[in-house]
Design a protein around this ligand. Sequence first.
Ligand SMILES: Cc1ncc(COP(=O)(O)O)c(C=O)c1O
Length: 369
Amino acid sequence: MMFMAQDYDDVVTLGIGEPDMDTPEHVIRAAMNDALAGWTHYAHSQGDPELRQALSDSLLAAGRDVSPDRIQITHGAMGALVAVMRSLLCDGGEVLTPEPHFPDYAAHVGFAGGKLATVQARFEDGFIVRPDELEAAVNENTRMLLLNSPGNPTGAVLPGEVLDAIAEIAVRRDLFVVSDEVYDAMSFDGPAPSIFDRPGMSERCLVVNSFSKTYAMTGWRVGYCYGPEWLMRELIKVVSYSTASASTPGQRAGLAALLGPKEPFQAMVDEFTRRSQYVYSRLAEMPGLRVNRPQGSFYMFADVSGSGMDGLAFAETLLKEEQVVVIPGETFGPSCQPFIRIACTVPMDRLEIAMDRMERFMKRHGETA
Ligand SMILES: Cc1ncc(COP(=O)(O)O)c(C=O)c1O
């Protein structure tokens, strides 16, 4: 879609999956000063000890006791996902994840020699997977459950009772759990619960997180993960032989983001909350569109079948007729053809223009289908 958009003028792009805000200045300055002071060499493969300590402290403040030696710093959350898949799937096996899902999971699992299997999460359930259906999809090859909450592309937050049930399944069926929580800072109804805090998870769960979305630091490529000690000994091998370490100035930037003023990041969360509420209220009024109230992240996943088009045709026609980019749902799994993903990653004035254009579009296509 981004490529096709180059043929049009004044396009509003609701396709980009990263904060549109730049990294706050105090973070950039701290990293620059550290680089000038000599922080330009390889970092320790497990990650800068000061950064791991600061992460451990911030996790403790949020009620999670994770010592620095159980934290691995990675090249973005992607680095953590690659490392855990390569550590646990070297002799094959299936990873089970709810669909719709972040599309890169299939590659992370496939590159490691495993297979991604999916279980349907339904629009009618707010895209919350049903634990009994998840368990029904487990077979003798299943090694791992891969969860993402708050979710990309749905904006759904898995509730505590669903996580309780999934944790119980993981223990009973002897499955490892990877919990991708890169959008945890953007949870609109209070802190997003984590499966990590459920009984039995300390030895079988890895949480993947990142500085990318929380601190508007996608380009610095710093992520992290934490989990059981036995796994940490494996992850460090993958990290040290694939990337050596995450970027040293990037890790110093992460440290500054963790230790410095929180206001710029809170302002970002407030802004995404405001934008998501606005977009939801506009979409909910449009004929031929169905959308769930977003609970987190900055995405919405709308059912466009009322337009008579699938998500791909919808996205192409919307671009052609109204110059708005959205992402076709099938990107997030074959069952997602009736959907589009909307990212609230442009300022309010551009979002208002995009919503006016979509409303006009739906008045033409939504009422006649
Ligand atoms: C669900 C999910 N996990 C992981 C990532 C990767 O994040 P990072 O930039 O930290 O590699 C993304 C990026 O869009 C994502 O949406």
